[in-house]
Design a protein around this ligand. Structure first.
Ligand code: GAP
Length: 510
């Protein structure tokens, strides 16, 4: 899918009540979005899928809900006050502002695109005999291009490690990167920009009352490490999970809900014995990719990307990237954060944040393995892989959202075939039986075919039709969104039938 694909998703999301621009009657606010009646249901279901997998299914992981406002020293200790910066650069002609690292990444992506073209061409030429791995490791043109990429990455890493922003600007100039708007190479110097939103607490103004909107939920977990460990009598290894809002003053927030200034994270910090990082890093990489793939959004849509420039707290890190309409981009981060955060909080708070190991009789600061996924990005991944235009056997077309059944915002629609003869009353009886267990809609307007299309467009897995026979045989017709096949199910068995297909548990048993 392309940028056009993203536009289609944005307009479909608005038309059907998934996502609206925030405060739209005032022309909206850049990069802020509201989730509508169906969007909030889908979002809740994604949260539940994550919480079930992380908290319920792991005996040694518990969940918390910490405050967005935290003591300002938290952010000094975590390094965010000093180091949570993006390098920004302006083009003097277009007056457009860019992230310097993103300009360089996009330049690299272009070279990667050329390599992929070389590979595709060679695959066509050699047919069945083609060995892609061998071609990539021996073809002189591919090797030259890969060498260019490695060289750029090395220069960029060295410049950032040395905090040499002049070298970053020189790299942009040497690569001949132009502004996509003005086409010119007339760049300002590169400057660091802190991404945290600062505000004031109560009536106290000035720096003494300054607080930040949290830029990640993780620190709410770190500062509660000891509270949870002691009150829950937790033994290492154990995890603390949290879902909540995070705020970042992104230099360029764009691509719909992919990069926002207010967003939601689902994070889990797994506290482990120092020295076991490598083992838990690979455990959580595997567990998290399994969680994604169980949704069947397409195995080919995921890939791991190892970080070149590690964050200030990490000794290993990778992203799970998803093939969004704008290409492969970060969906989730898996970071081995060492004992950095707890040690920093020990130092800044003067409180011991240790674990007493009953086996070794030692006391130490645990290391942390983190999994961190953006809820809004997950929402976009589901939406973008689900939306399809399909041509049916009879030549007609339908717009359908193939949202995984367990995540669908509306699980079933109950439809009386016609609006009379006691069918609406019977349909409402059926509805009442289902409503306690699932989000179910009732619809009696228009011909049945049009009602099916409306439900397809919002991704409803099951349409349940009540017809004249229902009054006699106490059974209904259940239509499956994906196969479009219909089967007759006795009303007495309907709850079990629907449950088997659309419950959250179905995602874990498939
Ligand atoms: N605690 C670690 C941490 O916050 P991160 O890679 O900066 O790591 C984790 O963020 C996840 O949060 C990302 O993988 C992404 O899904 C999501 N995320 C980050 N910034 C975002 C933004 N501006 N808008 C939407 N989601 C964002």
């Amino acid at each position: 899918m392309s940028d056009d694909g993203l536009k289609k998703i944005i307009s479909h999301a608005k038309e059907y009540g998934f996502v609206f621009p925030s405060s739209e009657i005032y022309d909206g606010l850049s990069a802020a979005y509201d989730y509508g009646q169906l969007g909030s249901e889908l979002k809740n279901n994604i949260k539940q899928y994550w919480w079930t997998a992380m908290v319920r299914m792991n005996e040694n992981i518990v969940g918390i809900d910490s405050a967005i406002f935290m003591h300002p020293t938290t952010w000094k200790a975590s390094g965010h006050v000093d180091a949570f910066n993006d390098p920004l650069i302006d083009n003097k002609d277009s007056k457009k502002r860019y992230r310097a690292d993103v300009l360089i990444e996009e330049h690299i992506a272009k070279i990667e695109g050329k390599i992929n073209k070389d590979v595709t061409k060679a695959a066509k030429r050699f047919g069945d005999d083609f060995d892609e791995a061998q071609f990539r490791s021996t073809n002189p043109q591919v090797l030259r291009r890969q060498g260019d990429i490695d060289g750029i990455n090395a220069k960029f890493k060295a410049a950032m490690d040395a905090e040499d922003l002049g070298a970053v600007k020189t790299l942009i100039e040497d690569l001949g990167i132009t502004c996509p708007v003005s086409g010119s190479k007339n760049w300002t110097d590169v400057r660091q920009f802190n991404l945290m939103f600062k505000t004031e607490l109560g009536a106290v103004s000035g720096d003494s009352g300054a607080v930040y909107l949290r830029p990640e939920t993780a620190q709410g977990i770190f500062v509660n490490y000891l509270n949870v460990q002691k009150s829950g009598r937790m033994k290492l290894p154990f995890g603390i999970a949290q879902i909540g809002k995070a705020f970042r003053n992104e230099i360029i927030a764009r691509q719909f809900i992919f990069r926002m200034r207010e967003f939601e994270q689902m994070e889990m910090q797994f506290f482990i014995k120092p020295g076991t990082q490598a083992e838990w890093y690979s455990h959580w990489k595997e567990a998290r990719i399994k969680w994604h793939k169980a949704l069947c959004l397409g195995e080919e849509n995921y890939r791991f990307h190892d970080h070149i420039k590690l964050a200030h707290y990490a000794d290993a890190a990778c992203d799970i990237e998803f093939n969004f309409p704008m290409g492969f981009k970060e969906l989730e981060g898996i970071h081995s954060r060492t004992d950095f955060d707890l040690k920093q909080h020990e130092e800044f708070s003067n409180k011991k944040l240790r674990y007493f190991d009953p086996e070794t009789q030692e006391s130490y600061v645990p290391c942390v393995l983190e999994t961190s996924i953006g809820l809004d990005r997950m929402f976009l991944a589901v939406l973008s892989s689900a939306l399809r235009e399909e041509t049916l056997e009879d030549g007609s077309t339908r717009t359908v959202m193939r949202i995984p059944f367990g995540l669908a915002p509306v699980k079933a629609a109950v439809l009386p075939l016609i609006k009379k003869d006691g069918l609406p009353e019977k349909a409402r009886e059926v509805l009442a039986k289902l409503q306690l267990h699932h989000n179910v809609q009732y619809d009696e307007k228009d011909a049945i075919g049009r009602r099916y299309r409306r439900q397809d467009a919002i991704g409803t897995p099951l349409c349940i039709t009540v017809d004249h026979d229902t009054l006699e045989d106490h059974a209904v017709t259940v239509r499956n969104r994906d196969t479009m096949q219909q089967e007759r199910i006795p009303i007495a068995e309907l709850n079990t039938h629907v449950d088997e297909l659309v419950s959250m548990a179905s995602l874990f048993t498939a």
